[in-house]
Design a protein around this ligand. Sequence first.
Ligand code: SF4
Ligand code: SF4
Length: 361
Amino acid sequence: MGQVYFTPLSLQDNPEKIKKAIAILFQCTGFLDKIQPQDLIAIKIHFGEEGNQGYIRPQYAAVVAQAIQTKHGKPFFTDTNTLYAGRRSNAVDHLVLAYEHGFTPEVLGSPVIIADGLLGNAEVKVKIAGHHFKEVPIARELAFCNGIVSMNHFKGHLVTHFGGALKNLGMGGSSRAGKLLQHSSLKPRVKEKRCVGCRACLPWCSTQSISIGSDKNKAFINPETCIGCGQCLSICQHNAIAFNWNESSEILQEKMVEHALGVVKGKEAKTTHLTFLTHITAECDCLAKNEPPVMQDIGIIASNDPVAIDQAALDLANQKESGAFGKATGKSHLPVNQLSYAASLGMGSMEYTLKTVQVQV
Ligand code: SF4
Ligand code: SF4
């Protein structure tokens, strides 16, 4: 049975109370006692999409880094590049956007590193015993670090019903190839109307699968040789590469969980999770627009068990909205099999005890 610690609060509360709550909840997990001097600790967080307000603010994230430093660990903040085009699809734009959102070394007291490199292809293939995969491509710096603190924001999600701890690691901790494996079983195709025949994508295709037709001056992808790496997707500045986002929700959730399994492999005992049930939105934080919250803030929870913490987050959100988180977010039609699947792989327990930790300032 998982142990989950909970502090009820709102983002409208005194910031000092919120910082104190984070420090106490983090301490409750016992993670600090596991840190060895010089340990490289990844704090996996979302730096925020342009225009979206769902991300955890840097001054709150900094509390975790400061605590790690008291144990002489070496924290760094990290996330991976996106599969889709945008300001987080390569490490340079991603870092600039992170800095714009205040995730600077000055505010954080620790460096910011993009875990899967300049173009999302810095990865380590990690062997797992999954139903879909026997190995998964994990962002390199998450594979090589000594421990992980996953700081995630709970919200609804277009395909996975909700996003929490498992999604932060599974989708957010995999390289571009890993994201592709999760999202699409099919190959990319060129949207002819958008392609201007600029040839920018050609040198980036490691399998020489892209050619330009002499008749129409449009790119064409050979599905026989394409390995679905996603490089062309991030290179094309004309949004002319499309994927078939047609995996069923259940299969995508299972694949996502298998990638989370790969991320924590070898450091299961040195991984912990903090989930912010604040500014809860219908859609994920990757949408480049400000979304209004669909319910009142609930608080922050912490646990070493990624399954228990996601189950607790879902339960707290359902209690807040009288059993209607799915209704509030418009996600009632989507299954929630990520938790039972993760439990079946031994990642944690759907059973948990919730201990409320009150914080005063
Ligand atoms: S797919 Fe994009 S990058 Fe490739 S030729 Fe067409 S417009 Fe240029
Ligand atoms: S996904 Fe990768 S292999 Fe396939 S066409 Fe694009 S760059 Fe080439």
